[in-house]
Design a protein around this ligand. Structure first.
Ligand code: LP5
Ligand code: MN
Length: 253
Protein backbone atom coordinates (compact mmCIF):
# COMPACT_ATOMS: atom_id res chain seq x y z
CA UNK A 1 0.00 0.00 0.00
CA UNK A 2 1.13 3.53 -0.77
CA UNK A 3 2.26 5.22 2.41
CA UNK A 4 3.72 8.54 1.32
CA UNK A 5 2.60 10.52 -1.69
CA UNK A 6 4.47 13.53 -2.99
CA UNK A 7 3.01 16.17 -5.30
CA UNK A 8 4.98 18.85 -7.17
CA UNK A 9 4.28 21.27 -10.01
CA UNK A 10 5.47 24.35 -11.87
CA UNK A 11 9.20 23.64 -11.85
CA UNK A 12 9.56 25.32 -15.26
CA UNK A 13 12.86 23.51 -15.87
CA UNK A 14 14.93 24.96 -18.70
CA UNK A 15 18.54 24.94 -19.73
CA UNK A 16 18.97 28.67 -19.05
CA UNK A 17 18.20 28.24 -15.32
CA UNK A 18 20.62 25.59 -14.00
CA UNK A 19 19.71 26.39 -10.37
CA UNK A 20 16.26 24.91 -10.99
CA UNK A 21 17.81 21.68 -12.18
CA UNK A 22 20.05 21.65 -9.10
CA UNK A 23 16.93 21.85 -6.92
CA UNK A 24 15.28 19.10 -8.94
CA UNK A 25 18.31 16.82 -8.71
CA UNK A 26 18.48 17.34 -4.95
CA UNK A 27 14.76 16.68 -4.63
CA UNK A 28 14.88 13.44 -6.65
CA UNK A 29 18.03 12.08 -5.00
CA UNK A 30 17.40 13.03 -1.38
CA UNK A 31 13.72 13.82 -0.84
CA UNK A 32 11.48 12.06 -3.35
CA UNK A 33 13.02 8.73 -2.36
CA UNK A 34 11.11 9.01 0.93
CA UNK A 35 7.86 8.72 -1.04
CA UNK A 36 6.46 5.80 -2.96
CA UNK A 37 4.14 7.74 -5.22
CA UNK A 38 4.99 10.96 -7.04
CA UNK A 39 2.62 13.21 -8.99
CA UNK A 40 3.88 16.06 -11.19
CA UNK A 41 0.97 18.41 -11.86
CA UNK A 42 2.22 20.23 -14.94
CA UNK A 43 4.69 22.84 -16.11
CA UNK A 44 7.56 20.52 -15.28
CA UNK A 45 9.28 22.16 -18.26
CA UNK A 46 9.32 25.80 -19.30
CA UNK A 47 8.26 24.62 -22.73
CA UNK A 48 7.89 21.25 -24.48
CA UNK A 49 7.56 21.25 -28.25
CA UNK A 50 7.14 17.50 -28.81
CA UNK A 51 8.73 14.23 -27.66
CA UNK A 52 10.73 14.01 -30.87
CA UNK A 53 12.94 16.80 -29.49
CA UNK A 54 14.58 13.97 -27.51
CA UNK A 55 16.05 12.62 -30.75
CA UNK A 56 17.89 15.75 -31.77
CA UNK A 57 20.74 17.74 -30.28
CA UNK A 58 19.42 21.05 -28.98
CA UNK A 59 20.55 23.26 -26.11
CA UNK A 60 17.80 21.68 -24.00
CA UNK A 61 18.42 18.04 -24.88
CA UNK A 62 21.00 17.31 -22.19
CA UNK A 63 18.72 18.82 -19.56
CA UNK A 64 15.83 16.65 -20.76
CA UNK A 65 18.01 13.53 -20.63
CA UNK A 66 19.16 14.34 -17.10
CA UNK A 67 15.59 14.97 -15.92
CA UNK A 68 14.34 11.76 -17.53
CA UNK A 69 17.14 9.74 -16.00
CA UNK A 70 16.30 10.98 -12.49
CA UNK A 71 12.63 10.10 -13.02
CA UNK A 72 13.57 6.68 -14.37
CA UNK A 73 15.64 6.04 -11.25
CA UNK A 74 12.57 6.87 -9.18
CA UNK A 75 10.13 4.70 -11.15
CA UNK A 76 12.58 1.77 -11.24
CA UNK A 77 13.57 1.84 -7.59
CA UNK A 78 11.14 3.83 -5.47
CA UNK A 79 7.57 4.18 -6.59
CA UNK A 80 4.81 5.01 -8.99
CA UNK A 81 5.25 8.11 -11.11
CA UNK A 82 2.46 10.18 -12.67
CA UNK A 83 2.28 13.34 -14.77
CA UNK A 84 -0.48 15.80 -15.60
CA UNK A 85 -0.02 18.25 -18.45
CA UNK A 86 0.52 21.95 -17.78
CA UNK A 87 -0.04 24.86 -20.16
CA UNK A 88 3.67 24.81 -21.06
CA UNK A 89 4.18 21.07 -21.55
CA UNK A 90 0.84 19.72 -22.77
CA UNK A 91 2.70 18.05 -25.66
CA UNK A 92 4.48 15.57 -23.37
CA UNK A 93 3.54 12.20 -24.78
CA UNK A 94 4.28 8.47 -25.07
CA UNK A 95 8.04 8.66 -25.61
CA UNK A 96 8.41 10.75 -22.44
CA UNK A 97 6.26 8.22 -20.57
CA UNK A 98 8.33 5.33 -21.90
CA UNK A 99 11.68 6.89 -21.04
CA UNK A 100 10.66 8.04 -17.52
CA UNK A 101 8.64 4.94 -16.62
CA UNK A 102 5.83 7.30 -15.60
CA UNK A 103 2.23 7.60 -16.72
CA UNK A 104 0.47 10.65 -18.13
CA UNK A 105 -2.95 11.11 -16.52
CA UNK A 106 -6.02 12.92 -17.79
CA UNK A 107 -7.11 15.77 -15.57
CA UNK A 108 -8.89 16.00 -13.23
CA UNK A 109 -7.38 12.89 -11.73
CA UNK A 110 -9.27 11.38 -8.82
CA UNK A 111 -7.16 9.99 -5.98
CA UNK A 112 -8.46 8.52 -2.74
CA UNK A 113 -5.97 8.78 0.13
CA UNK A 114 -6.07 9.33 3.87
CA UNK A 115 -9.85 8.73 3.81
CA UNK A 116 -10.17 11.75 1.54
CA UNK A 117 -11.52 12.06 -1.96
CA UNK A 118 -8.92 14.15 -3.76
CA UNK A 119 -8.80 15.69 -7.24
CA UNK A 120 -5.52 16.64 -8.94
CA UNK A 121 -5.19 19.06 -11.86
CA UNK A 122 -2.85 21.67 -13.27
CA UNK A 123 -5.30 24.47 -12.40
CA UNK A 124 -5.44 26.55 -15.59
CA UNK A 125 -8.87 25.17 -16.52
CA UNK A 126 -10.33 26.91 -13.44
CA UNK A 127 -9.07 30.35 -14.53
CA UNK A 128 -12.30 31.00 -16.40
CA UNK A 129 -12.21 34.80 -16.03
CA UNK A 130 -9.19 34.75 -18.34
CA UNK A 131 -11.31 34.43 -21.47
CA UNK A 132 -8.43 35.10 -23.89
CA UNK A 133 -6.40 32.32 -22.28
CA UNK A 134 -9.33 29.86 -22.32
CA UNK A 135 -9.78 30.51 -26.06
CA UNK A 136 -6.07 29.99 -26.61
CA UNK A 137 -6.20 26.82 -24.51
CA UNK A 138 -9.11 25.38 -26.50
CA UNK A 139 -7.15 25.98 -29.68
CA UNK A 140 -3.85 24.41 -28.64
CA UNK A 141 -5.48 21.45 -26.88
CA UNK A 142 -7.23 20.55 -30.13
CA UNK A 143 -5.64 17.31 -31.36
CA UNK A 144 -5.78 18.30 -35.03
CA UNK A 145 -3.99 21.56 -34.22
CA UNK A 146 -1.36 19.67 -32.27
CA UNK A 147 -0.83 17.21 -35.12
CA UNK A 148 -0.17 20.09 -37.51
CA UNK A 149 2.20 21.76 -35.07
CA UNK A 150 4.11 18.51 -34.53
CA UNK A 151 4.52 18.04 -38.27
CA UNK A 152 6.48 21.29 -38.53
CA UNK A 153 10.30 21.28 -38.46
CA UNK A 154 11.81 21.73 -35.02
CA UNK A 155 13.19 25.24 -35.73
CA UNK A 156 9.74 26.41 -36.82
CA UNK A 157 8.17 24.98 -33.66
CA UNK A 158 10.79 26.74 -31.50
CA UNK A 159 10.01 29.98 -33.31
CA UNK A 160 6.24 29.60 -32.80
CA UNK A 161 6.65 28.65 -29.13
CA UNK A 162 8.82 31.68 -28.40
CA UNK A 163 6.34 33.88 -30.31
CA UNK A 164 3.54 32.50 -28.12
CA UNK A 165 5.58 33.16 -24.98
CA UNK A 166 6.09 36.74 -26.11
CA UNK A 167 2.39 37.24 -26.84
CA UNK A 168 1.48 35.66 -23.53
CA UNK A 169 3.82 38.01 -21.62
CA UNK A 170 2.39 41.03 -23.41
CA UNK A 171 -1.20 39.86 -22.84
CA UNK A 172 -0.52 39.44 -19.13
CA UNK A 173 0.52 43.08 -18.70
CA UNK A 174 -3.12 43.93 -19.54
CA UNK A 175 -4.63 41.44 -17.09
CA UNK A 176 -5.32 41.96 -13.39
CA UNK A 177 -4.08 39.47 -10.79
CA UNK A 178 -7.74 38.57 -10.10
CA UNK A 179 -8.36 37.63 -13.74
CA UNK A 180 -5.36 35.31 -13.69
CA UNK A 181 -6.51 33.48 -10.53
CA UNK A 182 -9.07 30.68 -10.37
CA UNK A 183 -12.69 31.72 -10.63
CA UNK A 184 -14.53 31.01 -7.38
CA UNK A 185 -17.74 29.84 -9.10
CA UNK A 186 -15.76 27.42 -11.26
CA UNK A 187 -14.10 26.04 -8.13
CA UNK A 188 -17.45 25.62 -6.36
CA UNK A 189 -19.02 23.99 -9.41
CA UNK A 190 -16.12 21.58 -9.50
CA UNK A 191 -16.57 20.63 -5.83
CA UNK A 192 -20.33 20.14 -6.41
CA UNK A 193 -19.90 18.00 -9.52
CA UNK A 194 -17.19 15.77 -8.09
CA UNK A 195 -18.13 15.66 -4.39
CA UNK A 196 -14.42 15.67 -3.48
CA UNK A 197 -12.90 16.73 -0.16
CA UNK A 198 -9.63 18.20 -1.40
CA UNK A 199 -8.62 19.82 -4.65
CA UNK A 200 -4.88 20.09 -5.28
CA UNK A 201 -3.52 22.17 -8.16
CA UNK A 202 -0.70 24.41 -9.33
CA UNK A 203 -0.47 26.94 -12.19
CA UNK A 204 -1.30 30.17 -10.33
CA UNK A 205 1.91 30.01 -8.24
CA UNK A 206 -0.09 31.35 -5.27
CA UNK A 207 0.74 28.78 -2.63
CA UNK A 208 -2.01 28.53 -0.02
CA UNK A 209 -4.46 26.19 1.63
CA UNK A 210 -8.00 27.52 1.27
CA UNK A 211 -10.31 25.86 3.78
CA UNK A 212 -14.06 26.29 3.83
CA UNK A 213 -17.30 24.57 4.65
CA UNK A 214 -19.45 23.74 1.72
CA UNK A 215 -22.79 21.87 1.92
CA UNK A 216 -21.93 21.07 5.56
CA UNK A 217 -18.66 19.49 4.52
CA UNK A 218 -15.15 20.76 5.22
CA UNK A 219 -13.25 21.17 1.99
CA UNK A 220 -9.73 22.23 1.10
CA UNK A 221 -8.20 23.73 -2.03
CA UNK A 222 -4.45 23.36 -1.82
CA UNK A 223 -2.38 25.43 -4.26
CA UNK A 224 1.19 24.29 -4.88
CA UNK A 225 4.09 26.70 -5.12
CA UNK A 226 6.19 27.09 -8.23
CA UNK A 227 9.94 26.51 -7.91
CA UNK A 228 12.41 29.39 -7.87
CA UNK A 229 14.95 30.17 -5.13
CA UNK A 230 13.43 27.19 -3.34
CA UNK A 231 11.74 23.99 -4.39
CA UNK A 232 8.36 22.92 -3.03
CA UNK A 233 6.54 19.64 -2.53
CA UNK A 234 3.38 18.51 -0.86
CA UNK A 235 3.58 15.33 1.20
CA UNK A 236 0.58 13.19 2.14
CA UNK A 237 1.40 10.59 4.73
CA UNK A 238 -1.11 7.76 4.54
CA UNK A 239 0.25 5.66 7.38
CA UNK A 240 -2.41 6.97 9.69
CA UNK A 241 -5.46 7.56 7.50
CA UNK A 242 -7.53 8.92 10.39
CA UNK A 243 -5.35 11.98 10.54
CA UNK A 244 -5.05 14.54 7.81
CA UNK A 245 -1.33 14.23 7.36
CA UNK A 246 -0.80 16.68 4.59
CA UNK A 247 2.01 19.21 4.61
CA UNK A 248 3.78 21.58 2.24
CA UNK A 249 7.59 21.77 2.34
CA UNK A 250 9.98 24.32 0.91
CA UNK A 251 13.63 23.31 0.50
CA UNK A 252 16.80 24.72 -0.97
CA UNK A 253 20.25 23.38 -1.86
O1 LP5 B 1 2.61 30.60 -19.22
P1 LP5 B 1 2.24 31.64 -18.23
O2 LP5 B 1 2.01 31.07 -16.87
O3 LP5 B 1 3.16 32.81 -18.24
O4 LP5 B 1 0.85 32.24 -18.72
C1 LP5 B 1 -0.27 31.40 -18.83
C2 LP5 B 1 -1.03 31.72 -20.10
N1 LP5 B 1 -0.16 31.65 -21.27
C3 LP5 B 1 0.08 30.50 -21.91
C4 LP5 B 1 0.94 30.58 -23.14
C5 LP5 B 1 2.31 30.00 -22.86
O5 LP5 B 1 3.00 30.79 -21.93
C6 LP5 B 1 3.15 29.95 -24.14
C7 LP5 B 1 2.97 28.69 -24.89
C8 LP5 B 1 3.93 27.64 -24.47
C9 LP5 B 1 4.36 26.78 -25.63
C10 LP5 B 1 3.59 25.52 -25.77
C11 LP5 B 1 4.16 24.53 -26.74
C12 LP5 B 1 4.12 24.95 -28.12
C13 LP5 B 1 2.76 25.22 -28.68
C14 LP5 B 1 2.12 24.00 -29.21
C15 LP5 B 1 0.80 24.25 -29.78
C16 LP5 B 1 0.10 22.98 -30.18
O6 LP5 B 1 -0.32 29.41 -21.53
C17 LP5 B 1 -1.60 33.11 -20.02
C18 LP5 B 1 -2.47 33.23 -18.78
C19 LP5 B 1 -1.61 32.89 -17.55
O7 LP5 B 1 -1.10 31.57 -17.69
C20 LP5 B 1 -2.41 32.93 -16.24
O8 LP5 B 1 -3.38 31.92 -16.21
O9 LP5 B 1 -2.99 34.54 -18.68
O10 LP5 B 1 -2.46 33.25 -21.15
C21 LP5 B 1 -2.15 34.18 -22.09
O11 LP5 B 1 -1.48 35.13 -21.81
C22 LP5 B 1 -2.80 33.93 -23.42
C23 LP5 B 1 -3.21 35.23 -24.08
O12 LP5 B 1 -4.23 35.85 -23.35
C24 LP5 B 1 -3.67 34.93 -25.49
C25 LP5 B 1 -2.50 34.56 -26.35
C26 LP5 B 1 -2.96 34.66 -27.75
C27 LP5 B 1 -1.97 34.05 -28.68
C28 LP5 B 1 -2.67 33.79 -29.96
C29 LP5 B 1 -1.73 33.20 -30.93
C30 LP5 B 1 -2.51 32.48 -31.96
C31 LP5 B 1 -1.67 32.08 -33.10
C32 LP5 B 1 -0.94 30.81 -32.88
C33 LP5 B 1 -0.26 30.41 -34.13
C34 LP5 B 1 0.76 29.37 -33.90
MN1 MN C 1 0.86 26.76 -15.69
Amino acid sequence: MTSTTHIISDLHLCQSRPSLFALFEHYMQKIAIQSNQLFVLGDLFEVWIGDDCLQIESPNTQLYRDVISLFKGYSDNHGELFFIHGNRDFLLSEEFEKQTGGKLLKEPHRLDLSNKKIALMHGDSLCTDDVAYQEFRAMVRNLEWQKQFLSLPMEKRIEIASGLRQQSKEAQTEKTMAIMDVNQNSVEDFFIQTNIDWLIHGHTHRQATHESTFNNKKIKRIVLSDWGEQGFYLAIDNKNPDQQNISGHYFSV
